[in-house]
Design a protein around this ligand. Structure first.
Ligand code: SAM
Length: 304
């Protein structure tokens, strides 16, 4: 999908492009290389990601600014940049949110994100965060566990898994959690839909990092900051995220009340340029299995 992203960003005006989830800097690097008229502001709440992005994007020198913050702080970061810039910023040329967890986070067993690797129940993207997966797994009651499994992962067996987690307490490692979840899912259901613990790990990770809680506010700030001609792109990986993005885009691109008189409808300042998504190609999914569930949406600001 990186080719689609680079192509969608091509016509945006010269200026600052926000990569709200810079991770290791893969997308940022592709955008900087393809579009010399852009500078990048990269955010990530994970210091490991910022360090990796610093290394990867070093060849682009002063075209890159990186900040370790949660992306709902983007308005404050933009105001700071504006206050120290020589000339007026005039808004964002575009933005990209590539949501969720990164491959390096999943690959490091000690971060506790992976059901395939033995590690502590952590799952914090920001290691200064106060809530860990161990807190969720060992202290949430049945109702709370069931609710996050349904809301964050559409888990069909949410209440059975919640019971199994409570029975297995204290749960100390990712492997212990994965085993408890697998045992709670009926054998027939275990044979389809990937690893049986995948959705539970996703649900707990989203809770630990409050991933859905901060998204709407961050999108509002990014949409407000777009300059005319600027484009916003969001890559989501599950229905909960996608619903929030779709809602935020719809709010900016549809008129809520129908006028009684036959008047010209007002021109809306945004238009959706990519409503839902193309499925990524098989080769891309093979290289990166997360790409299989990816959806890309894009919006453009057409008036002030
Ligand atoms: C899918 S990865 C991004 C990968 C990146 N596009 C690349 O090409 O390397 C998502 C990144 O977003 C970060 N992240 C997720 N939610 C965040 C939030 N609310 N604020 C800041 N960073 C966040 C994660 O720490 C992770 O590094």
């Amino acid at each position: 999908m990186v080719h689609d992203i680079v192509a969608l960003v091509e016509p945006v005006p010269t200026g600052l492009f926000l990569d709200a989830t810079v991770g290791g800097g893969g997308h940022a690097e592709a955008l900087l290389a393809a579009h010399p008229h852009l500078e990048i502001l990269g955010l990530d709440q994970d210091q490991t990601a910022i360090t990796a992005a610093e290394r990867r994007l070093a060849p682009f020198g002063s075209r890159v600014r990186l900040r370790r913050v949660r992306f709902d702080q983007l308005g404050r970061v933009l105001a700071e940049i504006e206050s120290t810039a020589d000339s007026e910023l005039g808004g964002l040329s575009g933005f990209l949110f590539d949501l969720g967890v990164s491959s390096p986070q999943l690959d490091r067993a000690e971060r506790g994100f992976s059901y395939r690797k033995e590690g502590p129940l952590d799952m914090r993207m920001d290691i200064d965060g106060s809530l860990t997966a161990a807190d969720v797994v060992n202290t949430y009651d049945r109702r709370e566990l069931t609710a996050i499994l349904r809301r964050n992962a559409d888990e069909r067996f949410a209440s059975r898994i919640a019971d199994a987690i409570i029975d297995a307490r204290p749960v100390r490692t990712t492997t212990e959690l994965a085993q408890a979840v697998v045992a709670a899912i009926p054998a027939a259901a275990r044979r389809t839909g990937g690893h049986p613990a995948k959705r539970t790990f996703q649900a707990i990770r989203i809770e630990v990092n409050d991933e859905l809680g901060v998204l709407a506010s961050a999108l509002e700030q990014a949409l407000d900051a777009l300059m005319v001609g600027g484009r916003g792109l969001v890559l989501t990986y599950h229905s909960g995220e996608d619903r929030i993005v779709k809602g935020a885009f719809r709010q900016r691109t549809t008129i809520n009340s129908t006028p009684r008189l036959p008047v010209e409808p007002p021109q809306l300042p945004y238009r959706v340029i990519r409503p839902a998504s193309r499925q990524p190609e098989a080769a891309e999914i093979e290289k990166n299995p997360r790409a299989g569930s990816a959806r890309l949406r894009a919006i453009e600001r057409i008036a002030a």
